[in-house]
Design a binder for this molecule. Structure first.
Ligand code: FAD
Length: 306
């Protein structure tokens, strides 16, 4: 039986594992893919105290740090179900195995919803981006589009307008869904164009993005915009299907946690992009992982001898 079993091997899971192991308690990490989203990241310039790094390099350091401690790392294993118990919880894997733990930290992250149009995958990291906080400065002085007119899309457009030369915001519906105060701010900006009823159909380019093609859903006309970057803001999907019916989730599928990372089930904690904690970033996920781990330890010393 593990004292702390961490589900997920991204920045949140790695931080949780290190904090737990440093308490000298039996710690395990089960991850479908160690490193998580960081594995797919090219340049990282906002991991404070490291001016520049690359995803796979940061993942190698994370793994090296975790392996400094006595942590049982079970990589390439997918969790299918959580079964809470009195004092001991069960974590069922896809391969049928069952792991037992006195406390569980869920750190399964999230993934960006994709447009699923030709060129999107091909130009990912070559003009197609998902995170304005991460990649906005790479497009300084250039032309970009933001896909999606919800709160995230409009926030991204406002944010990017201060950095890039010009922003075109494309919304599929015939009106923006963002809060009125955001829309007002957006419309006050001189270098933003909003196009409604626009369905993006293709991302174009040779070695990097040079434009996008969209269909005007009102007229049926197909149009092209020349630009250097595309920020896709049509939703972030938490990897929490296995927790449905067990942990309290928001309607977006985020695990609801309190300020200590406690979920709706005592002894089960959560951290990082899979939770309700705002702003999905590496440095935030790590802090949340550390916090959930300290909370798990606190739970253990209150419920039994760790
Ligand atoms: P993740 O990194 O998503 O890790 C989740 C872990 O859980 C993985 O190990 C995964 O395999 C595992 N998992 C999922 N489901 C299961 C399951 N059922 N069973 C077992 N394991 C499971 N942030 C920045 O701060 N700076 C950047 O420059 C930056 N650039 C980014 C670029 C890209 C292309 C992307 C996609 C994201 C970027 N981010 C950046 C965001 C950052 O990567 C995330 O905020 C961060 O990785 C979240 O950490 P996490 O540990 O919560 O989740």
């Amino acid at each position: 039986v593990f004292d702390v079993l961490v589900v997920g091997g991204g920045p949140a899971g790695a931080a949780a594992a290190i904090y737990a192991a440093r308490k000298g308690i039996r710690t395990g990490v089960v991850a479908e893919r160690f490193g998580g989203q960081v594995m797919d990241t090219m340049a990282i310039e906002n991991f404070i105290s490291v001016k520049y790094t690359e995803g796979p390099k940061l993942v190698a350091s994370l793994e090296e740090h975790v392996r400094e401690y006595d942590v049982d790392v079970m990589n390439l294993q997918r969790v299918a179900q959580l079964v809470p118990g009195e004092g001991v919880h069960e974590v069922k894997l896809d391969n049928g195995a069952v792991l037992k733990a006195k406390s569980v930290i869920v750190a399964t992250g999230a993934r960006w919803r994709e447009m699923n149009v030709p060129g999107e995958r091909e130009f990912r990291g070559k003009g197609v981006a998902y995170c304005p906080h991460c990649d906005g400065p790479l497009f300084k002085g250039k032309r970009v589009a933001v896909i999606g007119g919800g709160n995230s899309g409009v926030e991204a457009a406002i944010d990017l307008a201060g950095v890039v030369a010009h922003v075109t915001l494309l919304e599929f519906a015939d009106e923006l869904r963002a809060d009125a105060v955001l829309q007002k701010k957006l419309h006050s900006l001189p270098n933003v164009t909003v196009i409604k009823s626009a369905q993006t159909t293709e991302v174009t380019g040779s070695d990097k993005v040079d434009g996008l093609v969209y269909k005007d859903r009102a007229s049926g006309e197909v149009r092209r915009i020349e630009l250097e970057g595309i920020f896709v803001q049509i939703g972030l999907l938490p990897n929490t299907d296995f927790a449905k019916g067990t942990l309290e989730l928001t309607r977006f599928g985020e695990i609801i946690v309190d300020a200590r990372g406690q979920t709706s089930v005592p002894g089960i904690f959560a951290a990082g992009d899979c939770t309700t904690v705002p702003y999905k970033q590496i440095i935030i996920a790590m802090g949340e992982g550390a916090k959930a781990s300290l909370s798990a330890f606190d739970h253990l010393i209150r419920s039994s001898a760790p």
